[in-house]
Design a protein. Structure first.
Length: 269
């Protein structure tokens, strides 16, 4: 168990000096050291197949769904969205115990750590109702569409674009190094919606159904023979009506935000 410096602190475990100690509630969680995890969601033995295969990916989805049913799906999420409202210390305890139990790779990490918090902070009520339950239950797995062949770290150089066509958005372009791109159900992507704007503006954060027509996810086979990443191609016919609006737009950004999360994205008009 991790050791924290002894200090005088309140119920939340926080001290004025910035140190932490375990509260009664946190010590109760830390003292379980694996049996609770083993008892309510037995870690698969032998280990699950690679997430870079279809069989392995679905086996990990099943594991994630089991974790969700016993309350370990997204412990850091607020309770109103299906989480436990765990503070940072309880999150650290869980992560340590999960590692010690040799728990499987978490394929929900993109949805839980990126898409979910962004929806909570900047999505509409309709969007939160539609997508958050599927993320926490692992019924819907998300991938991230940021990098492009000529726009890796420099997202301001992205060329994938989306053009409005009635109630649909027609996406045209390519993403690369997309984790779980071959198997994910949805992708959140950055696309250029205003080609006349400055490089750091006119970019929209868009949710894309990976079953839409005209989307091709080509596996990038790694040395182990598995497809942990993908190249994703969008052709001009990849249009499908999407209820609600794009989640957010960078039209009012003066500099590129460093990460997803509260405050990182301006709200769409």
């Amino acid at each position: 168990m991790s050791k924290f410096p002894p200090t005088s602190a309140g119920e939340d475990g926080r001290a004025a000096q910035g140190h932490y100690h375990l509260t009664v509630r946190q010590m109760s969680g830390a003292s379980r050291r694996g049996p609770e995890l083993h008892g309510t969601a037995a870690v698969p033995r032998p280990s699950l197949p690679s997430t870079g295969t279809g069989e392995g990916f679905e086996a990990h989805r099943t594991w994630e769904q089991m974790l969700s049913k016993v309350g370990y799906g997204a412990i850091h999420w607020p309770t109103e969205y299906g989480g436990r409202g765990a503070d940072v210390i309880m999150q650290a305890i869980f992560e340590e115990e999960y590692l010690l139990a040799n728990g499987p790779e978490r394929i929900t990490v993109v949805g839980q750590k990126l898409m979910g918090p962004t929806l909570m902070a900047h999505g509409t009520d309709e969007q939160r109702r539609r997508w958050l339950p599927g993320i926490v239950s692992a019924e819907v797995i998300w991938s991230q569409g940021f990098s492009e062949p000529d726009a890796g770290s420099d997202l301001a150089g992205l060329k994938t674009k989306a053009v409005a066509d009635g109630e649909s958005l027609v996406v045209n372009g390519q993403k690369i190094w997309t984790s779980y791109g071959v198997f994910a159900d949805w992708m959140f992507a950055l696309v250029r919606t205003d080609p006349e704007a400055e490089r750091h503006a006119g970019i929209t954060f868009l949710a894309i159904d990976m079953t839409s027509d005209g989307i091709e996810a080509r596996p990038i086979t790694q040395l182990d023979g598995h497809a942990g990443f993908a190249e994703v191609f969008f052709t001009p016919r990849s249009a499908r009506p999407l209820p609600g609006r794009p989640l957010a737009t960078s039209a009012s950004c003066t500099s590129w935000p460093g990460s997803l999360g509260p405050g990182a994205w301006p709200r769409a008009p």
